[in-house]
Design a protein. Sequence first.
Length: 202
Amino acid sequence: MNFPSKLVEDAVNEIAKLPSIGKKTALRLVLHLLKQDEKFTLSLTQSLTKLRTETMYCVQCHNISDASVCNICTNRGRDRSLICVVEDTPDVIAIENTNQYNGLYHILGGIISPIEGISPNELNIDSLIQRVSQSADIKEIILAISATMEGDTTSFYITKRLQPLNVKVTTLSRGVSVGSELEYTDEVTLGRSILSRIKYGI
C-alpha cells in the first residue's frame, strides 16, 4: 500500500495493530482524523494517554478503576454478602447491564488453561480466598464463568479452594449455553441465569 506521507504510514501502521482493524480501515480512520479540527485529535490523544497512565485496578476486586478501590466496591448500597466471580471486565459490564445483580465482584483475569500455559497461580484466585476468609459478611460466591471446559475447570478449582471456608457456592443456571462466552450472551438470558443460579456441586 502506497502512502502520501511517512507520517500517514506510521499512523496507519499503529492503528492497524488494534483488533479487527486492517490497513484499509486504519487508513480511512487516519484520513478522517486529518479532516477533523485539530482540537478533536489532540483531545483523543489526551484521552488515550490518560487511559494508559492513569487507569488503575481495584485492590479488592481487580476491576478497572479510576482509584485504588472501584466505585462498585465503595458503593454501600451493594449487597456485600454476595461476590460474583467473573473472568474479566467485559463480564462485569454484561452483568451490570442486566440490572439483576446488586452484589460485589471479583475478577480472575482469565481462566485456567493448561494448553495456553495459564495456571491458577497466574489468576486472582488467592486474593478471592483471602477476601472470603477475612470477611464475615460474605455468604455466597456466584461463579459466573463461561460454560467451557476451561471455565468448568476453573469453577471446580475455586470451589475446592472455598470448601473449608463454609461459604455457599453457586453457579449460573444453564440458561447460558455450554460453550458460550459470557460477554456475548444476551442480557435477558444472562439476567435470568443470575436470578435462577444453582448450587455448584462437586
